[in-house]
Structure formats: C-alpha cells, structure tokens
Design a protein around this ligand. Structure first.
Ligand code: NDP
Length: 497
C-alpha cells in the first residue's frame, strides 16, 4: 500500500494540517473492512480559512496568462500518466472497484486534464459586427471567483478532475470537499497539483462531513459557484442554498437509466454489454443500466442469457486478478440493497438470481453482494423507479419499441439511455424521444468520453460537464463595446438641453 495513504491532511493555503479541532474519521477498505487511514474532520473554521486563502490569491492567479496556467495542467497530466498504476491501486483499495476499472478511471482523469489544458490557448470567445460605424463589439471571458467543488465517492478521481481543471484554467481559485468515503484518492489529486507547481492557496482541500464542511461552504457567499455531483436529494438542498445567493451551479445527480432491447438486437453483443452497464462498479454508477426494457418476442431469450451471465460474474476483492466486480462501498449501502430486494419481492417482481450476501471466507469480510436480476418488473414498482445504486437490474417487458420509449421516459430521472437495435428508424426515434442528457445506440448506458458534454435532465440535474461546455461553466461572458470614432453620436444629449 502507498505510504501516502497514511498521510491524509487538509491543504489550506498550501499548508498541510489537521482539522482545527483535531478530530478525525476513519476510512476503511470496503473489500476487507481494514482501516486505511484516519482523516481530518474539517470544521467550519477550516472552511473559512480555505476560502480566505482562495480569496487572497485570486487576483494573482486570475491575472496569470492562461497558457501559463495550462503548463501546470500539462504537468499534472504527465504525473498522472506516470503514476497511473499506483493511483489505480489506491482507488481500488479505497472505493472497491476492480483494478482494471480503476485504471480506466485514472486514464479518464488524465484525458480530461490534457483536454482542458489545451483550453489555455483555446479559451475562445468572439468578435461581432456593430450596429454603428467605427465601433468594435466583442465578448470576453472572465473567471467567476472562488469555486466550491463537492464530489461523490463512486468516481472519486475522474469527477473532481471534470471540475477542478476547467475551474483553474479559467482563472478561478477552488475549495474542494471530497466524499467522506474516498478522501485518500482525492488527497492524491491535490498533491499532484502541488507537485506540478500550482501556487499555494489556489486549490484548497477540506475533508469532512457534508453536513459540516459542505454546508459551511454553501453558507459562505464568497463562493461564486458550486460544482456538485451526488444524489438528487442532496442536489435539491444545494440548489436551495444557492438560491439564497443567486449563485451559479452545476448539479450532476442520480439516474435510473433505461436500456431498450429491441427484437432485432444481436444478443451476442447486447448481453455482455448490458451486464457491464448494469453491474460494473457493483452497479454504483449514476449511468448504470438499471431498467432493461425488452421487446416481447426476444424477452425470454434475453432473460435466460442475461441471468446466466449475471450469475457467472466474478465478484471479489478488486485487487485480485480476474475479478470483475468489487464490493459495495459501505455496510449501509449493502443494507439499502437488501431493503430493495425485499421491496422487489413484496411488489411481485420475480428474482431470478442473486439477492444475498456471500458466505465464503474472503467475501464475508467485505460488503459484497450477489448480482441480482428481477424480471416481470412493472415500471411503477419502486425497484423500477428508485435509484438503488447497487448490483440490481430490473427487466421490464414491452409490446414494442414505442411502448419501450414511453416506459423509458416514465421516471423522475433523465441521465443516460440506450437502445440495442439494427433498425435505424428505431435508433433515431429513441435518440430523439427519450428524455436524457446522454443517448447510446448499441452501447450500454455507460462509457462517456471527455470531449463530449455529460449531464442529465429532470431529477438527474442540470448543466453539463466536460466537452466544449467545460470552459463555459467556469467563466462569465462580458459584452464589450469600443467606440473608436471619437465622435459625438447624433442621439447623445446636448450639454445645454
Ligand atoms: P451524496 O449526495 O450523498 O454526496 C455527494 C457529496 O455531497 C459528498 O461529498 C457529500 O459529503 C456531500 N454532501 C452531503 N450532504 C451535503 C450537504 N448537506 N451539503 C453539502 N454537501 C453535502 O452522494 P454520494 O456521494 O452517495 O454519491 C452517489 C450519488 O451520486 C448517486 O446518486 C449517483 O447517481 C450520483 N452521481 C451522479 C453523477 C452524474 O454525473 N450525474 C456521477 C456520479 C454519481 P459526505 O461524503 O461527507 O456525505
């Protein structure tokens, strides 16, 4: 295990320190429940100090030419690439996902940093014609000020890197609060920025509970934006707090993502892809394919193959070679999944596999849970509507693709969606009719690429991250009018009335 795992600290104004009252909380490996570290439990005083520093260095940082800011990001990218295996190991130990998936997340972080670094020379705006002669019109970009970044535990490396690099390249300073389940990989992010030469105080790091550290951030009006990813319920609370200050925000929230399997789908391709979309990261993905809506004619064949596949998935400690799926993040998360298994049974859905813990020696040490499939699920059941956030998929039967699209839309969420079909008409119909921020054809609901915008509609939040919109999020546009006629315009008031 990396030595750095043992030194989690707050980073405020470049100083590494414990929380102001000395309190800590534990972080444990979800596969073994072993203690990984005691982490400082930040206080509202720590948040205030972090914001004070972010404010004190803001004018220097925002006046640093963007190509120079980009040099730091390029160095961040190089360090990530060089140390990707060590970073992936920390991610697996702390979050539980299988090592190959952890490595893919680290590489996604690298891709984002390098993509955004190029904006240091590309933060374009535009010049436009004027209604008047000898007058120039243009739009310039200005940073927002101090940005608050609050992130979840399920992608604890890539999600902060969707937010921090574009905020910094645009000239903002940042206060970063990671999820309390995964502060160690977050600490590594901050250390990498320091090693890459980021000036002290530009990126500040405060670990600790959302109810304490997160709320202290929300209550400080000096933060000009909150960039948040997490549950829809938390997102609503954050939106309410932001409304008080009319503060800018991005909210990337939960999902209950539909995958339609049409009669003409190629099951050799669809079944493995949907197994991945539903169960990778133990189903703990905002984009997990948790509602599989299958056309009648192909339904039974699909179910037979899907259940067999789910049953055969290799579940275990993510550090072991060959393991595909790791544990759930916490004991509470596992208890929540068990509650939903009971609810599903009571609602009358048929459980064809999974539904319980493992009782072998190794897996009973961690929060493991068997991949679970419910069939004969109706779309109004809670198991079809609530974000379970675990290895539980519901299969819902539909008469045809039109009905499948209606079912797909019958949810409070709208993050990702997919269809398996060889019929272009059905593919385009589902892309245009399904209310979601992301749409796939012949791919599961996961696997976004960093140069395209990512985000959802309805209760999945609003705003988009990554892609060309990233810079848009972290800058204000200022319309600029320059009159170089040096003349008195005919409509100006005269000085003597
Ligand atoms: P939570 O909403 O519980 O937590 C997210 C972050 O918010 C954590 O850092 C948490 O701190 C903090 N927080 C909690 N309460 C408050 C509060 N009152 N004020 C300020 N901050 C607070 O989400 P999870 O971490 O459990 O993440 C899983 C959720 O994230 C799922 O719903 C998933 O769908 C969603 N998600 C959405 C994505 C998207 O892009 N749409 C991508 C990935 C995940 P603490 O950890 O200390 O509680």
């Amino acid at each position: 295990m990396s030595q750095l795992l043992l030194k989690p600290e707050l980073v405020i104004g470049g100083e590494h320190r414990m929380s102001s009252d000395g309190s800590t909380f534990e972080v444990r490996n979800p596969a073994t429940k072993e203690l990984l570290a005691n982490v400082p439990k930040g206080t509202s005083d720590d948040v205030k100090a972090a914001i004070d520093f972010a404010q004190s260095v803001y004018s220097n940082w925002s006046e640093t030419p963007a190509p120079q800011r980009a040099e730091i990001l390029y160095r961040v990218g190089e360090i990530i690439r060089k140390e990707q295996n060590e970073l992936a190991e920390i991610l697996t130990l702390e979050e539980g996902k299988a090592f190959p998936e952890a490595l893919a997340e680290i590489v996604e972080g690298y891709d984002t940093v390098m993509y955004i670094a190029a904006d240091g020379r590309r933060m374009w705006s535009y010049v436009s014609p004027s209604e008047q002669k000898d007058k120039a019109c243009m739009v310039i970009r200005r940073p927002l000020g101090i940005v608050g970044v609050i992130t979840p535990w399920n992608f604890p490396f890539s999600i902060p890197l969707w937010k921090i690099p574009p905020a910094l390249i645009a000239g903002n300073t940042v206060v970063f609060k990671p999820a309390s389940n995964t502060p160690l990989i977050a600490m590594k992010i901050v250390e990498i920025f320091e090693r890459a030469g980021l000036p002290k105080g530009v990126l500040n790091f405060v670990t600790g509970p959302g109810s304490q550290v997160g709320e202290a951030m929300l209550n400080d009006k000096r933060l000009k934006m909150i960039s948040f990813t997490g549950e829809s319920i938390t997102g609503h609370k954050i939106a309410e707090a932001n409304a008080i200050f009319l503060r800018k925000q991005i909210l990337e929230l939960g999902g209950k993502n539909p995958i339609i399997v049409a009669n003409d789908a190629d099951l050799d391709v669809a079944v493995p892809a949907i197994l991945y979309a539903s169960y990778s990261n133990c189903g703990q993905k905002c984009t997990a394919g948790s509602r599989i809506i299958v056309e009648e004619k192909i339904h039974d064949k699909f179910v037979e193959r899907f259940v067999k596949g789910a049953d055969a998935l290799a579940v275990g400690n993510g550090m072991n070679p060959g393991v595909q799926i790791g544990p759930l993040i916490t004991e509470e998360a596992r208890a929540k999944i068990e509650k939903y298994v009971d609810i599903g049974k009571k609602e009358g859905a048929k459980m064809l596999c999974g539904g319980s813990r493992y009782d072998d020696n190794e897996r009973s040490k961690g929060h493991f849970f068997k991949p679970t499939v419910f069939v004969d699920a109706a779309n109004d059941m809670r198991i079809s509507q609530d974000e379970i956030f675990g290895p539980v998929a519901c299969v819902i039967k539909a008469r045809n693709v039109d009905e499948a699209i209606e079912i797909a839309n019958d949810t409070r969420y709208g993050l990702s969606s997919a269809i398996y079909t060889r019929d272009l008409k059905n593919a385009f119909k589902s892309l245009s009719k399904i209310e979601s921020g992301i749409g796939y054809v012949n791919q599961g609901t996961t696997g976004a690429e960093v140069h395209l915008p990512f985000g959802g509609v309805k209760d999945s939040g609003f705003g988009r991250e990554a892609g060309e919109i990233a810079i848009e999020n972290y800058t204000e546009k200022k319309a600029v009018f320059i009159d170089y006629s040096y003349e008195r315009r005919p409509w100006y008031f005269g000085e003597s009335g």
